[in-house]
Unconditional design. Structure first.
Length: 508
């Protein structure tokens, strides 16, 4: 599908056409990764807002409007009053009445804050409790309201030192109050979140790309409908779906892996190792048991006998009897290629059989007593064995190659099959064979399931991993070989595979 994102010259090389595709795959993967990072930032912004406020205040200034967050007016007014008091205390000539008015205003605001609790946002409930605890501990009292009333009194500030107490407030209480905020809600009572405005750009991008991918895939495979093409890349839907945004991690990881930005092969193997071993064991058992059970049902219902004896209609795809064609091919190989190669063995067998039979005869025992004729049977037997073996091979070969001999051999084969088929159709024989086969398959099923363990699946997965690693190393080495990289890679792969697999089996 990606190979057609850009129109390439038919005469261009594979490397020339793959470069822009590879570039596009990496670009889209990085854009998807950036979008996922924004999604994670948006989800975690409110819980981490205090951290951003202390370490990156510019981020808070920039992103608070997106989340509909505003500084809480009650705490803002309170801190502004404290700033006014801090500005007046060091100045000489400030009327005492004005200072007393600010202190009284702070005491009243403190009472209002404690009674009405402006820290109603769920994330700030603990902050409000911490403010009251800090102030009560500082004043040595159990009442937070009484602690604030005493703290903002001229007597206490003069006694404890106004600058020291304002320093305590600015260091311990002010950061907690500055972190308080008011968040707007819509008419349905939901918190304002304008992240969709930012996300809309990515939704449009990935939605358009998804349609283009679907169109190109439908052009590449005309038999696939648009629905089928869309389902093939179903996980990409999360990239432009405004809901369930955290699920975008799935297509992002797929794109990063497919584009080669990050290789997750090792991670995938390790993550899926245990589940795959269990699943492979279960699936293998299920498939084997299912096949055996279906075979048993076919035997019980007579379908297997009907298929073998050809008493039921059978659908063919090429009007050729594959069993007969395979048998003919095997017979041809046996006569023309196998028998000539094993003729010396046949001669030895004939020689041994004739010699054993001849030596046991009374004629041979009497012949041994005649002087000069003791070695005659050995020469005769050897010549006769060679003659019979060669004749047997020649007769079979000539009969198969000769037209009339082939007809006779075919007729003999046909008569044999028909006779065997007729005998197998006997109800008593067929019932006995079906019962034996069914019992044998049941024993096979029980024994396989009992002896099949998870360790076998784990050993298989381990060998697959070794083979994959060896193949990867062989492929990388082949690129550096100049003369004949294919042969060198195959030699290394076979040698390394044999050594590593053998070593692992010994460890097991």
């Amino acid at each position: 599908m990606q190979t057609q994102l850009l129109t390439a010259d038919p005469n261009s090389t594979a490397s020339e056409t793959s470069r822009p595709i590879h570039w596009w795959a990496k670009l889209s993967a990085l854009i998807a990764l950036f979008n996922l990072a924004l999604v994670i930032f948006n989800i975690t912004y409110v819980p981490l807002r205090d951290f951003y406020l202390r370490q990156l205040p510019g981020v808070v200034t920039l992103y608070d409007p997106v989340k509909g967050i505003e500084p809480h007016p009650v705490t803002v007014k309170y801190l502004n009053t404290v700033d006014q008091l801090s500005a007046q205390l060091p100045q000489a000539g400030v009327p005492a009445a004005q200072t007393q008015q600010l202190l009284e205003d702070l005491r009243n605001q403190s009472t209002t804050i404690i009674d009405e609790n402006p820290f109603l946002v769920p994330a700030k409930v603990g902050t409000f409790a911490q403010i009251k605890r800090e102030m009560a501990q500082h004043l040595g009292t159990n009442s937070a309201k009484g602690a604030f009333q005493r703290f903002w009194s001229s007597e206490y500030l003069n006694q404890a030192g106004s600058q020291a107490q304002l320093g305590f407030f600015n260091n311990e209480i002010r950061p907690l109050m500055e972190a308080n905020y008011f968040r707007q809600v819509d008419r349905y009572g939901r918190f304002i979140d304008n992240f969709w405005r930012i996300d809309l750009v990515f939704i449009a991008f990935f939605g358009t790309e998804y349609l283009i991918r679907t169109f190109l895939l439908s052009r590449r495979f005309p038999r696939l409908s648009w629905g089928d093409c869309m389902v093939r890349r179903w996980y990409d839907v999360f990239l432009f779906l405004p809901l369930f945004r955290p699920l975008r991690a799935m297509p992002v990881l797929v794109r990063l892996h497919q584009s080669g930005v990050i290789n997750f092969d090792r991670a995938i193997v390790q993550i899926t190792y245990e589940p795959m071993a269990n699943l492979a064991n279960q699936v293998t058992n299920f498939v084997i048991v299912r096949i055996i059970t279906q075979t048993q049902n076919a035997i019980k219902n007579g379908d297997a006998a009907g298929f073998l004896l050809k008493t039921q209609p059978y659908i063919t795809v090429n009007n050729i009897d594959e069993v007969e064609a395979i048998s003919d091919r095997l017979l041809h190989l046996t006569i023309n290629r196998v028998l000539p190669k094993v003729q010396p063995g046949l001669e030895n067998l004939m020689h041994h059989s004739l010699e054993s039979s001849f030596k046991q005869s009374d004629f041979y025992q009497g012949l041994k007593r005649i002087p000069g004729l003791g070695l005659l049977p050995t020469d005769v037997i050897e010549q006769l064995a060679n003659y019979l073996a060669g004749t047997a091979v020649d007769v079979v070969s000539n009969s198969y190659s000769d037209t009339k001999g082939r007809q006779i051999l075919d007729q003999l084969t046909h008569d044999f099959k028909e006779a065997l088929r007729q005998e197998l159709q006997d109800k008593e024989t067929l019932s006995e064979l079906q019962s034996l086969l069914n019992d044998w398959l049941e024993e096979l099923k029980l024994n396989y399931v009992v002896h099949s363990t998870k360790n076998e699946a784990e050993e298989t997965l381990a060998e697959m991993e070794i083979l994959s690693q060896v193949a990867d190393r062989s492929g990388e080495s082949a690129e550096a070989v100049g003369a004949n990289p294919a042969v060198a890679a195959v030699d290394r792969m076979l040698g390394d595979t044999e050594r590593e697999v053998t070593g692992q089996r010994q460890e097991k």
